[in-house]
Design a protein around this ligand. Sequence first.
Ligand code: GLN
Length: 539
Amino acid sequence: MAYKHTKFIFVTGGVVSSLGKGLTAAALGALLEARGLNVTILKMDPYINVDPGTMNPFQHGEVFVTDDGAETDLDLGHYERFLSLTTSRKNNFTSGQIYDAVIKKERRGDYLGGTVQVIPHVTNEIKERIVAASEGRDICIVEVGGTVGDIESLPFMEAVRQLSFDVGDENAVFMHLTYVPYIAAAGELKTKPTQHSVKALLEIGIKPDIIVCRCERPLVGDIKKKISLFCNVKPNCVITAEDQKTIYSLPLALHAEELDQRVVDALGMWTRMPDLSAWERVVSLTLHPTDQVHIAIVGKYVDLVESYKSLNEALTHGGLANECKVVLDYVDSERFEEDPASLREVIGHAHGILVPGGFGARGIEGKIAAVRYAREQGIPFFGICLGMQCATIEYGRNVAGLPGANSTEFDPATPHPVIHLMEAQKDVADKGATMRLGAYPCNVKPDSRVFDAYGKRLVSERHRHRFEFNNTYRERLDEAGLVATGVYTDLDLVECVEIPSHPWFVGVQFHPEYKSRPLRPHPLFAEFVKAAIAHRQGG
Ligand code: GLN
């Protein structure tokens, strides 16, 4: 079998959701990479949706897009930010995909008339996908979505139990993340929820080798011993995962608890000690910045930091590149529709203004008003996907003499559809996985802000949209001063626009935030933050 040489780490979660299982798994991945191991990591999501692409951001948070165009869970963003790998559709699958595949095989007759069952057909499908994703790696970290005890995650739990048996104990580690609450009235940390969740795991045949305890206070006194005793785990395999000031200190905190050592010991591996100097630098710059700028993010999902996860991180990375803290001020664009005079008061002090991606007409005029403000006041502006489309609409209406210019997404009857539905989208009826998705090459024009940032002519960025810049208006907008500086040449699609006469005004049809990493900040975010610093110093 292909997995003969790969060792597996299965990560499960207990007690409550939102404990940071994905982050913990990703931070462990970073530590193992820093030890010189070749690591991959994947997430299995128990919900029935085929992918999160059709889910409301209020329910699911950001949809992370891979190079090969998969719409995936936001944990894959953490994976790419913490590890050096570039994920693909192999790194995330859902119950929906598994059942879809099993039912298709059944209809084709692949099961030769047998009764199709959760065990073995569904579990085998899961195992095959894990094995396929692990190919060629030293280590494969498998995050099981959901919380132990959930009905829907049972087939995944069973599959990893079987897989650990198939590959042998010495090649598999079970790591369980739990919550150890501090009860203020009693003045104590409580281990009972952990005991119960480990019991639930044992009932389905999984014995954790390592327990990572998420807690607000360190596990003092005999707490670790107590968990060890009740849960059958060695005391040194009970790991404290205290809340961190920045997510990027998680690898350091877990290393201080010797998590990576326990994992390689359990897998019978010898590795060098990890070199964590790059992470130490990131943490030190994050915690002790020498400078600070404010960026206003004018969007729709303002209460939902989770919806702009990669964007927030990319802006933070842009700050790291400039040794500067980036303070993000979220602004609901709808308020500018009700009260245009509030623009100055609300975003007038920002050192940079960013309009992010989004869907639907709500708040669109407020975003366009914010673009206009940034343009007229000479404040650095960065428009991403929908933000680039708003910038084009604004320029059309207010500079290029195209009254009523709009995107056909918001006004199908607009006299000037400067943004319109892509040709390839015109006959699309299904909602799922039908947008322009994944990585496309973009040719960057020399003598442009985008070229200054990238330092090269050919770049690759990821997309997720249905509408695009309408080439009918390209010349007109160009003559008026909004220049197309990035193009996907195969289909002649405009990917970047900018105003050369403005201090820094860039709109991009793609999502550069997906590719930014703390150890390799994305050049466009680095340049945007640099422009924001310059604006603050000049203003
Ligand atoms: N709604 C726009 C489109 O579909 C923008 C999408 C986005 O910002 N991701 O083209």
